[in-house]
Design a protein around this ligand. Structure first.
Ligand code: PA5
Length: 438
């Protein structure tokens, strides 16, 4: 992928943009941040940074994935927040027709009974596998999801066969999910306690669903490894995309009044990536009065709902526009798919210029038009374009965003790995449920 931050600079977008001097002012902080990352990688303090090069854990994950692929038509992943968003981002990127005979994957993150029942009631439970992911093993939403399903599985499969249909991913030690696993003899894969949920996509948490979906987990890690190495070996920190991204984000916030960051994906395949990023950024940096508000959008849909505000509303937003090649989604994708617009039909509408045009060309024109309009109105726009959308590219950009977040935290002097406010919310949820009993 290529990152272009030129349209965040004062020369390009007017006085609201960053000056070169301001940008360079972040270089010493970034050098220190990159050094801290290197040390934490080498000491093993941050196992997240060792995941890209790990291969020893793959055979076990592959074995479970193969079993799920061979035996099930549907696979349901239960989990919330960091336990599901990374897997979903990787899965959404893939073209289902190119995944071979993989089971249908349902990543269920919410507990609204309407949505939950809509997914599970049509499943053939004899041909469905379940993966329950909770690092802590005690998140009420995930526990409730599984506790709601378990009686149905027991009724259909019988107690002795539930274990053939369920895999638990949670950290070692005693926790509510482990208790259930013990009681029903369910297989458990360990979640590394030192890899936080929103940083866990390169671990079993993200890679098991990826492999079940027929995707290449090694390529995800290879992409991540390349970006990590590139960042750690950069002589000038601003030449490393992730570090430059951190300086631009923090710089625009501190110097140009930017309070929100809109990630606009001009590709349905990248939509869930923007959602994953939203959590990563918000939960890692929203502390001690710091952090900008991440917003995700899809192009061109959100041009028709948000662009008015973006252009004429408060000048407090920066934009990251994600794009990739669209031709492969439009052309030669088999029978039943759409062709370029028929010239006679186009003529009939009076919109002759649509004759022979493809949906991909419209997406592209729309992305270019919106980006340029934003820039002309003085809005900071970062563009990230993928030469190809695949496992390698996604692994790379996810590592980029994780490093960008960690380095931004370094510049802002906040801890990117805790989430005290989220934990407080979980505690109160448990308390209200407890109160219902008493
Ligand atoms: O990133 C995080 O720490 C959170 O978003 C968690 O992933 C989320 O709250 C789910 O927690 P758990 O995996 O413990 O169920």
């Amino acid at each position: 992928y290529k990152q272009d931050t030129e349209a965040c600079m004062a020369g390009r977008i007017g006085p609201k943009g960053l000056t070169q001097e301001q940008l360079e002012g972040y270089a010493p902080g970034l050098v220190a941040g990159i050094e801290a990352v290197r040390q934490k990688k080498e000491s093993g303090e941050l196992p997240l940074l060792r995941l890209p090069e790990r291969r020893d854990d793959l055979p076990e994950i592959e074995q479970v994935a193969d079993r799920y692929r061979n035996f099930f038509e549907d696979v349901v992943v239960l989990g919330t927040g960091g336990s599901s968003l990374g897997g979903r981002a990787l899965y959404t990127m893939a073209d289902p027709d190119k995944r071979g005979l993989a089971p249908r994957l349902h990543i269920v993150t919410n507990v609204d009974p309407f949505g939950f029942n809509r997914v599970i009631r049509h499943l053939d439970r004899r041909k469905t596998g379940w993966i329950v992911i909770s690092k802590s093993g005690g998140t009420a939403e995930t526990l409730m999801q599984f506790l709601s399903v378990l009686p149905l599985l027991r009724a259909t499969l019988g107690d002795s066969r539930v274990k053939d249909h369920v895999t638990i991913i949670t950290e070692p030690g005693d926790n509510p999910l482990r208790k259930l696993a013990k009681e029903f003899d369910l297989p458990v894969l360990d979640h590394d306690p030192k890899v936080g949920g929103r940083y866990s996509v390169l671990s079993v948490v993200g890679l098991l669903p990826t492999l079940i979906a027929g995707l290449d987990a090694k390529a995800v890690r290879e992409g991540a490894a390349d970006i990590l190495n590139r960042t750690l070996s950069a002589k000038d920190p601003l030449s490393a995309d992730a570090a430059l991204g951190a300086a631009v984000n923090v710089g625009l916030n501190k110097n140009s009044g930017i309070m929100a960051h809109v990630m606009l994906a001009y590709s349905d395949r990248l939509g869930s990536l923007a959602r994953w990023y939203r959590q990563l950024w918000a939960e890692s940096l929203g502390k001690e009065g710091e952090g900008t508000t991440p917003i995700y959008g899809t192009g061109p849909v959100d041009q028709h709902s948000q662009l008015q505000l973006w252009l004429d509303g408060p000048a407090d937003k920066m934009f990251t526009v994600l794009s990739g090649p669209l031709e492969e989604d439009t052309e030669n994708v088999g029978p039943g798919t759409v062709d370029p617009v028929d010239a006679d039909l186009a003529k009939l509408t009076g919109m002759d210029y649509l004759a022979g045009r493809t949906l991909a060309e419209l997406m592209d024109a729309s992305r270019r038009g919106t980006s340029e309009t934003l820039i002309e109105h003085g809005k900071p726009v970062r563009r990230i374009h993928f030469d190809a959308i695949n496992e390698y590219a996604l692994g790379g950009i996810m590592m980029h965003f994780m490093l960008e977040t960690i380095l931004s935290a370094h510049l802002l002097n906040v801890d990117p790995f805790d989430q005290p406010a989220v934990e407080h919310g979980k505690k109160l949820t448990r308390q209200y449920l407890y109160d219902l009993q008493n």
